[in-house]
Design a protein around this ligand. Structure first.
Ligand code: NAD
Length: 508
């Protein structure tokens, strides 16, 4: 290694770079980016003493404080860039999803690419309206002041996503962050490595690289990342990991949105359209091989409808995924650990009424229907795979029986009811769940007008559309009082007369 001195700066021939590199990378980068203390490749400079993660976070913060992201035009450009990226890189992305999960291209488009494009277009269409101050009324005793709610960006956000819909669950919160004017660290799941690599390659190519940084990390590095201060954390994943996230966030009093999972019940009572119900349940459950947070986790069916429902479910399975035990167009199980967890649910007294074939080597798992009871292992945790338990409701008040079962489980992310009974629909009002769909399943999440999120153990906070924008924004109260008029009543000393007037107005 050689060095020489020029203009009072020390230059080194640096082996990590083909040319000559200045020792003080912070100085060099400050020059290239016109921002103080800006290092655009932290950790890659031979003599860079800065911790790369800290530097990345500092860079993002500096960029946020430059005010660029407050500009509506900048936000629109980023949203358009997301659309352009998805349009131009569809093929690469489809391949990555195939590599990680063997997602069929059509499913990849519907559940990952198309749905995100739809959300980005919706945000683009509405962002001007969302970002405007929203005037609210001001009580008479505060006249002539005016009041408004002004959405402000929160600042630096951390988005942590899972492997099951690795694009949708990374880009949908990113759209919300962009719309709100935040900068963000994006942490994809290490269990979908091809898609994570796609994010790392293309997000900085299309979006403003000073505002968004993809950091690939497993649990250990993510724990390090969580020691840093963020202004907001948007986490999608398991309830178990959410506890670590919430603990780390609490250290900095950082607000969170936690999008978690759980056991989403699918109740079938007094249902006249069993065939339609079966088709909808099959799609919702077996798309992505059941690895969907809002998939119906188990079916509770009125006993006298069970046989009909089972027959229709079998027909729908063959129609949608091909012959029993040799399914086509079915996503694979993500990895062997997850496969073994699902596999261990068998041989516990259940009756397999459809499917059951599986192969650990190829990670294929045929859609499987089982008849079982509430004590079966699959009823003790979220299944998150292509096994659908069917449990009979045998009492003469099936909806009451179903709700008692649901209440004994952690709060679900979604609750589904297939029924033509108005009174059963009404009964569902007392079933606490993140979302509810009547005579359908899963489709509620594709409506951007509906906030999506959990409650209790299935998480907190909302996402999608305006709810996502709200989550990534701080809704600042703004109160504007003219100085030209000053009403003396508001100041002490408060006389009997002024107290009377104040009491009169405050009691309205
Ligand atoms: P997970 O909790 O294992 O991982 C989610 C993310 O957290 C990943 O990026 C992972 O790297 C990171 N992580 C894992 N362990 C960590 C630790 N100890 N410290 C810090 N970070 C850590 O979840 P998963 O297996 O990827 O996803 C499956 C779960 O996610 C299911 O429970 C499912 O229901 C839920 N989910 C929820 C939604 C929703 O929108 N509500 C969507 C998809 C999945």
């Amino acid at each position: 290694m050689a060095y020489y001195v020029s203009n009072s700066l020390i230059f080194f021939l640096c082996p990590c770079y083909s040319g000559i590199r200045i020792v003080d990378c912070a100085f060099r980068c400050a020059n290239t980016r016109n921002l103080p203390g800006y290092c655009h490749t932290p950790g890659k400079h031979l003599f860079c003493s800065v911790n790369p993660m800290k530097q990345t976070i500092q860079n993002l913060r500096n960029y946020f404080h430059s005010g660029i992201t407050f500009d509506l035009k900048w936000r629109k450009t980023q949203l358009k860039a997301i659309l352009q990226m998805l349009e131009e890189q569809t093929e690469n992305l489809t391949k990555a999803l195939e590599q990680d999960l063997a997602k069929p291209p059509s499913e990849a488009w519907i559940t990952e690419i198309g749905i995100v494009q739809h959300e980005a277009r919706y945000a683009l269409k509405n962002i001007s309206k969302w970002t405007k101050p929203h005037r609210v009324s001001t009580p008479i005793f505060l006249a002539p002041a005016k009041s408004a709610i002004q959405p402000q960006p929160r600042g630096l956000a951390l988005i942590i996503s899972p492997w099951n819909y690795p694009i949708q669950l990374m880009l949908s919160p990113l759209i919300a962050a962009v719309s709100a004017g935040d900068v963000a660290v994006l942490k994809p799941s290490e269990l979908a490595p091809a898609t994570a690599a796609w994010c790392e390659e293309y997000i900085p190519k299309y979006l403003d690289p000073h505002a968004f940084e993809v950091i690939q990390a497993g649990p250990e590095k993510t724990s390090e990342l969580l020691k840093e201060q963020f202004d907001f954390i948007f986490f999608t994943g398991s309830t178990k990991t959410a506890k670590y996230i919430a603990r780390a966030a609490a250290e900095h009093l950082t607000p969170t949105v936690l999008e978690l999972g759980g056991k989403s019940p699918c109740i079938v009572t007094h249902c006249k359209h069993i065939q339609t119900a079966a088709k909808r349940i099959v799609f919702a459950k077996f798309v992505n091989a059941g690895q969907t947070c809002v998939a119906p986790d188990y079916v509770l069916v009125q006993d006298d409808l069970r046989e009909d429902l089972e027959n229709e479910l079998k027909k729908a399975l063959v129609q949608q995924f091909g012959p029993e035990n040799s399914p086509q167009n079915l996503t694979h199980i993500i990895h062997k650990g997850h496969f073994r967890r699902l596999d261990s649910m068998f041989d516990n007294g259940e009756i397999i009424i459809f499917g059951g074939a599986r192969n650990e080597e190829t990670l294929t798992f045929a859609p499987t229907l089982i008849e079982t009871d509430l004590f079966h292992p699959c009823m003790q945790e979220e299944i998150f795979g292509p096994i659908l338990p069917i449990i009979s409701l045998t009492s003469n008040d099936p909806i009451k029986e179903a709700l008692t079962i649901v209440e004994k489980h952690p709060t679900p992310l979604a609750a589904y009811l297939f029924s033509d009974s108005a009174s059963d629909v009404k009964s569902m009002k007392r079933c606490i769940s993140g979302g509810f769909a009547h005579n359908d399943a899963l489709m509620q999440l594709s409506n951007v007008h509906l906030p999506f999120g959990g409650v209790g153990t299935s998480g907190h906070g909302g996402s999608h559309g305006y709810a996502g924008f709200q989550a990534f924004s701080h809704m600042r109260s703004e109160f504007c009082s003219p100085s030209a008029i000053d009403i003396p009543l508001r100041y002490p000393p408060f006389t009997e007369f002024t107290m009377k007037i104040l009491k009169f107005f405050l009691s309205r």
